[in-house]
Design a protein. Sequence first.
Lengths: 351, 300
Amino acid sequence: MKIKNLYFLLVASLIVFGVSSCGTKTEAKKDCQMKVGIVFDIGGKNDRSFNAAAWEGVRRAERDLPICLYDVEPGNPTSIEPAMRAFAEKNFDLIIGIGFAQGPIMQKVADDYPEIKFAIVDGVIFEKDGKTPKQNVASLVFREHEGSYLVGMIAAQKSKTGVLGFVGGMDIPLIHRFKTGYEEGAKSVNPNATVIANYVGVTDSAWNNPGKGKELALSQINQGADVIFTAAGNSGLGAFDAVERFGKNAEGEANKFVIGVDSNQNGVKPGFVLTSMVKRVDNAVYDVVKEVLGGNFKGGFHVFGLDKDGVAYMMDENNRNLISPEILQRVEEARGKIVAGEITVTDAMAK
Amino acid sequence: MSEIFTIALLFSTIRFATPLIFAALGGMFSERSGVINIALEGLMLAGAFTAAVITFETGNPFLGLLCGMIAGAVLALVYAVACIKFEADQVVAGFGINILMLGLPALLSGAMYDSAGSTEQIAKADLLPEFFGINIASFLAFLLVPVCWYVLYKTPFGLRLRATGENPAAADAAGVSVNKLRYTAVVLSGVLAAAGGAYLSIGQSSLFTRGMTAGRGFIALAALILAKWRPVQVLLACLFFGFTEALTIPLANIKTASGENVPVQFIQIIPYVLTIIVLAGFIGLSRAPKALGIPYRKEK
C-alpha cells in the first residue's frame, strides 16, 4: 500500500473519531445538599426501556431537588462492584443500583457501608440473617405480572390470529414473570390464544443483541404471531424493527404490532407499538431520592403494583387509535379486579 | 419436522451468516498472509459503531457502510503495526483490540449521545435496503466469495499472499515485500470484518449497542478454520454456523413428551457444541498457513 493511501486512511479516521469527541457536556451544579450515585445495568441508560426509566427518574430529581447526580454505565458485570464502592468511599448519601444483577453485589457493599443509604431496583436485600429486610437499603420491586396481564388482554383482543409472541431478554425468573402474566391475561379473553415465547440468551449479552431479538420476532411472526410483547432491553428494539418490516394495511393500520416495556415505548415506532407495559421505575427512584433528602428514608421492601400505578399500560397520542374503547373498558375492569384482589395473577417468581 | 425446516429458516440462516461471511473472508486474507486475526470481533465492532453513527448523522447507509469500513481499516492498521512492525504477540494484540472495542464505542457514544450502552436508533428508511426480503449486504457477502476466490487463486497478489503465509523467506527471495503485503492483507481484513459489523448495526438492526457482535467474530474465526482458509468453504462453513444459530429459534418452541419446553439453555448451546464437534472431529487434518503467527524479519 502506498504511503499516500495510508495518509488518506489516517485523515479519514481522524474525521470519523474527531466528530465524536465534541459532544461531551458537563453541567455545573448549584448547591449540592446531597450526592446521589446511580449504577446502571449492562443495557446502559439509553436503552429506551428499563434503564431509561431509571435515568428519567433521577434526572427529574436532579432538576427538581438540590442534589448532585453521578452515574456509571458499567461495561461488564465485573465493573459494577468497583463503581458502587467508589460511590460509597466518597460518602455519597444515596447509591442506586439498577437491575437484578446488582443484588448480590449490593448485598456485600451495603453491609460494608451501613451509614450509607442504598436503593436497588428489581432486587431484594436482606440483613445477614437472610430474613429481615436490610435497613439501609430500599428494595424497589414491581409486580410486573399484573401489568403484563393487562397488556396480554389487549394483545389477545387485538390479535386476528390468536397467536401472540413474547421476546424475553435473559432467561431468568424475573422475565418469566412478564411472560406468565402476559399469557394469563391473553387467555382470560381468548382461552384458545397461544403465546410463543423465546429468549434472546442466557447471559447478560442477551440485553444487547438486537439482531437476535429481531430474528426471534420474525420467527414468531412466521408462526402466525401478530402481536409481540418484548421484555429484553436493547434486544427488544430488534422486535420493533421486525414488525415495521410488515408495514401497514390499506386502512393505515399496522399489520403486526409490538408491545413495549418498562419505559413508554409507544413513540419508538409510532403506529406499530400497540402499547407499553410501563414499570414506573422513574417514580420509584425519584421518590427514594426525595425521601433521603427529606430525612424520611425507609429501608426494606417497597412493592409497586397496579394499585400504586407502579406498573401500567401506556396510552398516549401514538396508540389512542389502535385500541378501541371496548377493549379498554374490559382491561380497566380487570385492572379494578386485580387491585381489589378478585383476580390473582400468577407470580412466576413466587413458585 | 416440517414446521422447523421452512423457507423462513433459510432466510434466517442467510441473515445470521452474512456478518460471519464478511468477517471470515476478512480473516482469511490476514491469516493467509501469516498474521493471526483474533481481532475480528473488535474490527466488527468498529465497523458496527462507526456505521451506526455516520448513518444516523447523515441518513445515508452507504456512507455509513463506507465509513465503517474505513474505521475497520484504521483499527486493523493499528493492529498490523503492532504485529508486523513491533512483532507483538498476535493473539495478545488481537485481544487488546477486542477489549479496546468493548470500551471505546461506549466512551464515544457516551460523549455523543449521553448513552454508553447504545447509539440513537436509525429510521427504517435510512437502513441498508432489502431486495426480495434479503438485505443488500447479504448479496454483497455472497458476491464477495467468488471475488475473494479469484483474488486469492488467480491474481499475482493472491499468489504472493499465499506464498508469504507459507514461506515468507522464499517469497522475499522471489522479490515479494513480505511485510508490505501483510499490512495490506491485515487492513483488508479490517475492511471486510467492519463491513460485517456494519451489517449488524445498519442492516439487521437499527442501532449500535455495546458488544453487539456477541462473539460473532470468534464464530467467524471458527468458520475460517473449519473451511481450512479457503473462500468457497468459508461460505459453506458460515452458512452452517448461521444455520445452527437460526435453528435454535424454532427448536426453542418444541415441546417434550410431557408438554414442557426444552430448557432454553440446552437449545442455545447447540451452535457451540456443534462448533466443538465439527472442529474437533470432522474436518480432518486442518493445516494452517505455515508461517501463521510468526513475524517476519528480513535478513540484513
